[in-house]
Design a protein around this ligand. Structure first.
Ligand code: 5GP
Length: 114
């Protein structure tokens, strides 16, 4: 598999505004924010789409969600509320084929999404 943009961010070949990192997860500000806070939370393991998650990845996927909630608390909008989104494939609007969770907070978000 060709390295994606996010593989290059993990390898520090492309700069990013990193807000959290551990052995398994990296979180950084989205370059084109759709809310006052818009963070991308990614596994360091390259998984192309939600459809490629395997049973052995379940703890890792939970860690993405836990990281989102932890960041929301640290940034002060957990109680007001926020949204996490994972886009899958073309109809889902996925543009980078390395799974990522969008954490959007800091304003009231409309529903349904476009
Ligand atoms: P997707 O559309 O795949 O769900 O989300 C990909 C996200 O990556 C988009 O929100 C887009 O703004 C963001 N993005 C694209 N290129 C870069 C980049 O070079 N740096 C950062 N930090 N985010 C990027």
């Amino acid at each position: 598999m060709e390295p994606t943009l996010f593989d290059k961010i993990i390898a520090r070949e492309i700069p990013a505004d990193i807000v959290f990192e551990d052995d398994e997860v990296l979180a950084f500000n989205d370059i084109n924010p759709q809310a006052p806070t818009h963070i991308l939370i990614i596994p360091k393991k390259p998984i192309a789409t939600l459809n490629d998650i395997e049973e052995t990845d379940l703890a890792l996927i939970g860690r993405l969600q836990f990281t989102a909630a932890t960041l929301a608390k640290q940034l002060g909008f957990a109680e007001d509320g926020y949204r996490v989104v994972m886009n899958c494939n073309e109809n889902g609007g996925q543009s980078v084929y390395h799974i990522h969770m969008h954490l959007l907070g800091g304003r009231r978000l409309a529903w349904p999404p476009g």
